[in-house]
Design a binder for this molecule. Structure first.
Ligand SMILES: Cc1cc2nc3c(=O)[nH]c(=O)nc-3n(C[C@H](O)[C@H](O)[C@H](O)COP(=O)(O)OP(=O)(O)OC[C@H]3O[C@@H](n4cnc5c(N)ncnc54)[C@H](O)[C@@H]3O)c2cc1C
Length: 478
């Protein structure tokens, strides 16, 4: 064992911008940072869904374990509280899973991802977490004329092994009934997709963790993690924790660390939202319109909250040079302007409704589109979860189970799922500065191409040729 010596970057606390974070934190007192010294069995770095689910699944299996969560800001103010609350499974990854794992392995991973989403409903109900977890229709659509649906490869792969994805094609007349004159040209629908209020879930998980004797320290950014004989030392500005084992769950904020930087790059995802407008939605016939995503590379995702707040997001926005997460990952006016244009396009009925909320957050994009839940070769006492690629609401619940088994050394179903996922590989990203330069060029091409398609114009030929390189990677190092 060679050991680890990680330095985390300095962490600036940020104002909560997502309206659901503002609501979830209302009335809570500012926390005291962790100070002094502590010794625990397990120290978890990061109090988002990954960290909290792992802490809770560990507690469930071992009531005697001492567990501390160190969170730089407030639990749920990272990606976990900022997202659109769509908790999905990995059916869309079937083609890659099939290639890497074969039928049995691919289906085991997909079933685990479905079980994770069901887990969220069960846990929230069992512990009285009021996070609006619900089943809704969700449509994966084409919103540019003449474009193919991105679901083709998934259905083809499913057919090849005789399984049926949860989505069904939506006939043209049903699309028209759902979307009227809005630009929805084709789609597939999932009848029972999960949606929830992510900030309410994160704060609820924190509440349950505290009630179960898990020490949760907020406003306590970790500065260093170092292997030592007999323990792993975790340092914060004002204190240090000696831990038997460590879980790295700081999402994009740890993507610069050596074990991860080849396979994860950091981009923003951005969102805009209206205020709650239930009467407007009712009057304009929009109450029954399902949420969902479209088939772009810079994909839009959106829906309506139970209070009638309409939201829309878009992936692959700001690029982080060297995985540095700056202020543009909180609020990027240029991204929000482009997104507002998408909103006006996709919701023509709401052309006059204000968009007072706009925010962003970091996405840890992996080369496979799937996360890895693993243990570092350099120190088997250090475990990690990273690479959700903007699809972590459901997957973090699976992370909790897989990493709890890793920490406890259990050879169970979750250990096997983690081992299968470790076999899903798809090359590596180029190093900086090449990565940033290449990604900037390709991203510009994708943006121009998809804007042209949205507006019914023919994209430039060079942009059309460059756009597919967005998914390109280098071969894995020998
Ligand atoms: C705008 C947006 C929309 C999204 N929409 C969806 C969606 O609809 N569906 C979906 O499935 N996924 C979505 N995602 C992705 C999803 O939110 C994430 O994959 C998921 O929340 C990751 O959880 P996490 O706990 O790993 O990370 P995070 O929630 O980011 O948690 C990491 C935590 O680590 C903390 N931290 C950072 N540095 C340190 C340090 N030095 N010391 C201690 N703590 C530290 C951070 O403050 C943060 O709280 C979206 C993401 C964004 C940004």
């Amino acid at each position: 064992m060679s050991g680890v010596a990680f330095r985390f970057r300095s962490f600036a606390a940020r104002p909560p911008r997502a309206p659901w974070i503002v609501a979830a934190l209302a009335g809570e007192v500012a926390p005291m940072p962790f100070a002094g010294a502590a010794t625990v069995d397990v120290c978890i770095i990061g109090g988002g869904f990954s960290g909290l689910w792992t802490a809770l699944r560990l507690r469930e299996q071992d009531a005697g374990l001492s567990i501390a969560v160190l969170e730089a800001d407030r639990c749920g103010t990272g990606a976990s509280g900022r997202n659109s609350g769509a908790a999905g499974h990995w059916w869309t990854r079937l083609p890659l899973l099939l290639k890497c794992l074969g039928r049995e392995g691919a289906m085991a991973v997909i079933e685990a991802s479905e079980a994770a989403v069901a887990d969220i409903h069960d846990f929230a109900a069992q512990h009285g977490i009021e996070c609006e977890a619900r089943y809704e229709r969700s449509v994966w659509a084409v919103t540019a004329p003449g474009r193919p649906g991105a679901w083709g490869p998934m259905f083809k792969a499913a057919e090849s092994i005789g399984v049926t994805p949860p989505q069904r094609p939506v006939p043209a007349e049903e699309m028209r009934a759902l979307y009227g004159t809005a630009p929805y040209f084709a789609g597939v629908m999932e009848a029972r997709a999960t949606r929830l209020n992510p900030a309410a879930l994160a704060r609820g998980l924190r509440r349950v963790a505290l009630a179960q004797g898990i020490a949760v320290h907020e406003s306590s950014p970790v500065t260093r993690v170092t292997s030592a004989p007999g323990h792993v030392l975790v340092q914060t500005a004002l204190g240090q924790v000696r831990a038997g084992q460590v879980v790295l769950a700081a999402n994009a904020w740890m993507a610069h660390l050596a074990p991860f930087r080849d396979e994860v790059m950091v981009l923003s995802s951005d969102m805009v939202a209206t205020d709650p407008i239930p009467q407007v939605l009712a009057a304009r016939g929009l109450l029954g319109r399902p949420g969902g995503t479209n088939s772009r590379m810079m994909l839009n995702y959106g829906g309506v909250t139970p209070a009638g707040q309409v939201y829309l997001g878009r992936g692959a926005g700001v690029l982080a040079f060297g995985a540095r997460i700056g202020a543009a990952f909180e609020h990027a006016p240029a991204q929000l302007r482009q997104l507002a244009a998408d909103f006006r396009h996709l919701y023509p009925e709401l052309h006059d409704v204000k968009l007072p909320h706009g925010w962003g957050g970091p996405i840890d994009r992996s080369t496979t589109g799937m996360p890895q839940f693993g243990t570092l070769a350099a120190d088997p006492r250090v475990h990690y979860a990273l690479g959700y690629t903007g699809h972590g609401v459901g997957a973090t619940a699976l992370c909790g189970r897989v990493l709890a088994s890793a920490v406890l050394g259990r050879q169970d179903r979750w250990h096997e799922v983690g081992a299968l996922m470790a076999r899903v590989r798809n090359g590596r990203y180029p190093p900086e500065p090449l990565r940033y330069l290449a990604a900037s060029v390709v991203q510009g091409a994708v943006r121009r191409k998809e804007t042209a398609e949205r507006d019914g114009r023919k994209p430039w030929r060079l942009d059309a040729a460059l756009a597919p390189l967005a998914l390109a990677t280098l071969p894995t190092k020998p």
